[in-house]
Design a protein around this ligand. Sequence first.
Ligand code: FAD
Length: 402
Amino acid sequence: MDFTLTPEHKMIEQTVYDFARKEVMPIIKEHDRNHTFPHELLPKMAALGFLGICLPVRYGGAGMDYLSLGIVSEGLEFADSSVRETIAVHLGLHALPIFQWGTAVQKRDFLPPLATGENIACFGLTEPGAGSDVAGMGSRARKDGGDYLLSGEKMWITLADVADRFLVFAKTDPNKGVNGITAFILERGWKGLTTGTIEGKMGVHASNTGWINMDEVRVPASHRLGEEGEGFKIAMSALDNARYGVAAGAVGIIKACLEESIRYAKERHTFGKAIAEYQLVQQMLAHMQQSIDIGQLLVWKAGWLKNQGLRNTRETSMAKWYCTEAANRAANDAVQIHGAYGYSDEYNVERHLRNTKSAVIYEGTSQIHTLMQASYALNERQDRPMRCELPAYDPAVWEAES
Ligand SMILES: Cc1cc2nc3c(=O)[nH]c(=O)nc-3n(C[C@H](O)[C@H](O)[C@H](O)COP(=O)(O)OP(=O)(O)OC[C@H]3O[C@@H](n4cnc5c(N)ncnc54)[C@H](O)[C@@H]3O)c2cc1C
């Protein structure tokens, strides 16, 4: 067993943390205050290869492995959850499902503009009346000649108003439950497709969260991802990738909470001593460090499994569940350590507290992950092989130009 990062991983870690400190941190508070999306970061993230970090070079990607996706996610969320969300959705929930399930033509045509940031993409599964209960979705796709006509509404969609590309799910056979769901890739500008932004969120103000409305949108069969009825499997496999990024990002935000809490605890004095000297404060710091160590091991294990091409649904769920809960706890403690100052946006920790709450809701609520882990423990749930698995990382293949 080897827990050391390779020189390439260390280089990515250095690059992403530098980017977080120099490019994201100086601007993110204003975006959060104004509820604006940091469009200016997209070309910079694209230039550093983050938008296609674990895609092969022949698809415009950086040719790195899946652990690198975790490292990038961690570093971005060290600065702000909203920025990490962009990667989790654009790459984890949209590009990687195409890489896993797409035809050779779809991969050739759709992946390069995603990896280079020419297209920004989102993932529409949740609906106003159906979140955890995916089979409860109302969106429908009916065949019309060689095309499909899609109607329905998606809600709480990250990047809905920013994206050019939409991976959405609709029922082609409403009588078949989850086996009647099919995945489609839609493009902005298509007739009947409209989007909007949801106002009044608690956190992730610098991320765009919105809705997608589909009114008889005509979708050619070339834009169906996978076979009819494979949509649920595609959505769940996409979540395996994005949950991994969410978990890694949560480790980054705990690191930020710890760094900022230590700095403040050493500066702030009460009763003649720095508050860092009080054991009750130290206990909160120690718990943050504990969460970082445990969380990082869970994330790295999931990343290692992905690199081997091994199924990691259980491990990724565990990492997401543990890390997001730990991040929410760490942010709460960080605000506590900062006292009244923590309750204002003069410091970053109040933003982290608001942001970490979203991650225990999306990508499977903590209750859903609890149920999943219980069913694995009780041997009631087994992961069956899928028609298309996420390919194992192979440097020779990933780095080849064609
Ligand atoms: C900021 C943000 C960004 C998001 N981005 C996206 C996105 O890009 N794409 C997308 O498709 N969705 C996105 N979502 C939606 C998210 O995935 C859903 O909110 C989530 O799946 C939960 O669904 P829900 O909100 O409908 O809650 P519900 O499913 O209605 O659940 C409500 C409550 O009931 C609990 N519950 C539900 N079922 C059970 C059960 N069987 N046992 C015990 N408890 C249960 C839940 O844990 C929760 O506490 C986003 C959400 C947020 C907040």
